[in-house]
Design a protein around this ligand. Sequence first.
Ligand SMILES: [Ca+2]
Length: 172
Amino acid sequence: MSKIIVYSEEAFEGRSAEFKYDVHNLEEKGFNNAIASIKVIGEPWVAYYDKNFAGKQRVFEEGEYATLEDKGQFSSLKKVTDDLTNPKIQLFEHINYTGRSVTLRNETNLHDIAFSNIASSHKVIGGVWVLYEHTNRRGSQLVSFPGDQVSNYVPLSFNDVASCVRPLLPRP
Ligand SMILES: [Ca+2]
C-alpha cells in the first residue's frame, strides 16, 4: 500500500502523520505549512503550496527526505495513481499550443534540443510529467497528469523557464 509519512521537524522528528489517500487540505490534519521532512513508500506523491492541489508543487518519489527545499510550505498532498507506461508530452513555444513544438517520450535536457527557456504551453498525452526550471532536475517544478492541457504557463510563473522534463517511471 502506497503511503506518505509527514513530520513537523527535519530528520523525521516532531509530530508525524501517515496518509494513504489524497489530502486536499492539510489544515484539517493539523499539518498546514508544517511539513519539514517526508517519507514515501510506494507510488509517488505531489505536494502543493496551496490547498486543493493548487500553487507551487513538488514531486516526492519513494524514498526519505530528511530536509525539504519547501519546508513549511505545503497545504495539500496528492497520490499519483495514474498509468505511467507510455509517457508522451508535447511542448509548445507559445501559449495556446502554438509556435514550434516538440514531442517527448523520455527525460530530456531541453538545452540538447534547443528548446530550453522557450516552452509556454503543453499537452500530456500519456504518463505523469515533471517540468523543471533548471537542468539536472533542479529549481521549481510543474507536475502534469495524463490528459492535462496547460494552455498558458504565465499564471503559473513558469513561462519560458522549463529547462528539463521527465516522465515518472513505473516502479520495477
Ligand atoms: Ca515561449
